[in-house]
Write a protein that binds this ligand. Sequence first.
Ligand code: SF4
Length: 361
Amino acid sequence: MKRAVYIHVPFCKKICSYCDFCKVLIRDEWVNSYIKALANEIDEYYLGDEVKSIYIGGGTPSALKLIDLLKLFEVIRKFKRSPDCEVTFECNLSDINDTLLKVLRENNVTRISIGIESFNPNMLEIMNRESDFKDALNKINLCKYYKFNNINIDLMYGIAGQTLNDLKEDLKLFLKLPVTHISTYSLIVENNTVIKLKNIGNVSEDLEAEMYDYIVRKLRGAGFNQYEVSNFSKVGYESIHNLTYWHNEEYYGFGLNASGFIDDVRYTNTASLTNYLNLKYDRDSMLMTKKQKMDDEIMLGLRLVEGINIKEFNEKYQEDIFELYPIKPLLNNKDLILKYDRLFINPNKRYVMNSILLKMI
Ligand code: SF4
């Protein structure tokens, strides 16, 4: 099974109020050392195998200056890519221009992911973000001009104060954009974020459920296939990289606070930029037991609409999934459905997926 690669670029030009990712405001003097530390990490830990996807995320990779971006791509050239390797690059709308797109094209990027989140001025103000519909349309058309046909946009919903109508307006605009993939996120208020400090919460649970239901119906109606609980794509444009996670397959994680799963070991790098720049990756590693791997496979696999293939699961682990997990009561309760060896969450109960998973594990 080929592995995937995640590369973390922790620099942003502005900090969003809800963000708890590992990121810092960009400072030129750090970027150069960071790329050197990244190159060193890859030299130390990459096993030289062929990879099926590379995901350059962050942070905001598009915040890098051209010269740094070229250095980053030079580093990424170390990976042996399979012929159909998916290479995703995360962008902020404001960074998209001819120069950036030419560089991405020349470096075989195949997929662009843009964090739009919302076009609603009130939501954007709360999130400390900027997005404008006309600008988004122009920039996405520019991406298409440079032959990027695989484009994801992110949608966030569920921030206190947002109404169902606000969401409907957002979705109406999102669906006017010529993209092939939409990732949706219901706001999670994390500790140490600005919204937490300002006491800004979520919409009520009932409204959140109504919003989720509306998103699913609207996107499906517009020809997007829901392949994961929060991810929708046109047929053939599912994210190869993210499917690696949900299939519980192995992947490298390189960069500040990046996580990986290699040779049955899950690891996370240091979150200290100082340590990372000094080549102290301080990997926090854990060898996964068979039980932990099976639990992960179930937790991740049930996020997928198609769920888990129980025959493959039993063969892979030489176990009987029915003997190890309380599947029968969940089937009786119609939380889970079993059809042609596939075990999946009842589509009507996807919204309470987490509680079903807790009962399962
Ligand atoms: S959400 Fe993205 S762009 Fe915003 S601060 Fe976090 S990493 Fe940076």
